[in-house]
Ligand binder design. Structure first.
Ligand code: FES
Ligand code: FES
Length: 200
């Protein structure tokens, strides 16, 4: 798995102290990259110093990824890089060479929303919507990888994403709704497996 350093949001690097650094790309003006974005293969020559957030929004037109603070604090720019949520304002596009990136546009569509997007709609988990893409990506990562057991775990998981409309209560409710559905699906699967074992 790709080990995202700058920009990674989960546990150990949730609040990075520094932004994207040119590092290995310092002596290059342009860098060729190939990656998969929302299931689509992308090949592009990018400026070595181009941020992932600017690449997604400006080059690929994926403006669902929002940019707020631009220094890793607000979480609005959160995307998934190789299955792990990351601050796209703290990563260089060049760092995603060979990676799989998922933005909010890749979670679902108006016609086929993901269970989490449906829960946000049902629970009124947004007001102005500026923080919503980052919240959805962070919560998708949390539900898939951390399996939050209770409301406190959900709140902890979302603590790196700021909502200026103070809509946290409904956002947490939406995530809890999907977390509980996941538990129900998992328990149903376990019961079915046990029944099949008894019958065989
Ligand atoms: S814009 Fe990236 S964390 Fe705020
Ligand atoms: S809904 Fe407005 S910033 Fe969160």
């Amino acid at each position: 798995m790709h080990e995202a350093k700058a920009g990674e949001t989960r546990s150990e690097t949730r609040a990075p102290e520094s932004g994207a650094e040119l590092g290995e790309f310092a002596d290059q003006e342009f860098v060729p990259i190939q990656l998969t974005v929302n299931g689509r293969r992308v090949r592009q020559l990018v400026e070595a110093r181009l941020l992932l957030s600017d690449f997604l929004r400006g080059t690929l037109g994926l403006t669902g990824t929002h940019v707020g603070c631009e220094h890793g604090v607000c979480g609005a720019c959160t995307v998934m890089v190789d299955g792990v949520s990351a601050r796209s304002c703290l990563m260089l596009a060049a760092q995603t060479d060979g990676c799989t990136v998922q933005t909010v546009e890749g979670l679902g569509s108006m016609q086929a929303m993901s269970p989490l997007q449906q829960a946000f709609q049902q629970c009124h988990g947004l007001q102005c919507g500026f923080c919503t893409p980052g919240m959805l990506i962070t919560a998708t990562d949390m539900l898939a990888n951390d399996h939050p057991a209770d409301e406190a775990a959900v709140r902890e998981g979302l603590s790196g994403n700021l909502c200026r409309c103070t809509g946290y209560q409904h956002i947490v409710q939406a995530v809890m709704q999907v977390a509980m559905q996941g538990d129900a699906v998992a328990s149903k699967g376990a019961v079915n497996a046990a029944v099949n074992e008894v019958q065989s």
